[in-house]
Design a protein around this ligand. Structure first.
Ligand SMILES: Cc1cc2nc3c(=O)[nH]c(=O)nc-3n(C[C@H](O)[C@H](O)[C@H](O)COP(=O)(O)O)c2cc1C
Length: 197
């Protein structure tokens, strides 16, 4: 069974921690496992095209990761109500994958982190789904049958998993944010297994 790709960019660690919860959820589904991959930063003036991979944490994504995966979870910090530039930059390199239908029929979900409660989580999550629709992904959100979706006082949305880091950028998800991130990971993994059957 191919892996579920959990691909994210994170500068301060919040999105990375959500990614780990999502990976846990994927691992809770029999026969499924997560492949964690990250993205390099971009800069207005680039002296090194691809900075060296960080020594700890997930390696940088490679094109074959998209081809190999049975499903995809895509994560980004919120930047002005939208995804961060490294994620958009990566998506903009996927012309060949779009043309050959690499992601067609694969289940996909999204996740984000913000500083503030009403600072654009939903706009970020929804706009991250748009390119995934162009790629033919089968979109998965979080249904309200997950009780934490109705009780959370911070992150966690029907459009995807999320975390509110606050003004001090606290990266650790709350219990409910973590529960909902795991639920999204499980859901994409279960869907991938069914779609492959
Ligand atoms: C340039 C920039 C723009 C940001 N825009 C928003 C925003 O629109 N709404 C918000 O609540 N937080 C915003 N933030 C805060 C980040 O979304 C927040 O710190 C997030 O948790 C970072 O995730 P990370 O720790 O994985 O890098 C912004 C941060 C930066 C650097």
């Amino acid at each position: 069974m191919p892996d579920i790709l959990v691909l994210y960019y994170s500068r301060g660690g919040s999105v990375a921690r959500l990614a780990r919860q999502i990976a846990r959820g994927i691992g809770e589904v029999d026969g499924m496992q997560a492949r964690l991959r990250t993205l390099p930063p971009v800069a207005p003036v680039t002296t090194v095209a691809a900075p060296p991979e960080p020594e700890d944490g997930a390696p940088y994504v490679e094109p074959h990761d998209l081809a190999d995966c049975a499903g995809l979870l895509l994560g980004s910090p919120t930047r002005f109500g939208n995804m961060a530039a490294p994620v958009k930059h990566f998506l903009d390199t996927l012309g060949a994958e779009w043309a050959s239908g690499t992601l067609v029929g694969k289940p996909a979900g999204v996740f984000t982190s913000t500083a503030t409660l009403h600072g654009g989580q939903e706009s970020t999550l929804l706009t991250m789904l748009v390119p995934l629709l162009h790629h033919g992904c089968v979109i998965a959100g979080i249904p309200f049958t997950e009780p934490a979706l109705s009780t959370t006082r911070s992150g966690g949305t029907p459009y995807g998993a999320s975390h509110v880091a606050g003004g001090d950028d606290h990266p650790e998800p709350t219990e409910e944010e973590a529960l909902l991130a795991r639920a999204l990971g499980r859901r994409v993994a279960v869907l991938a297994r069914k779609l492959q059957a």
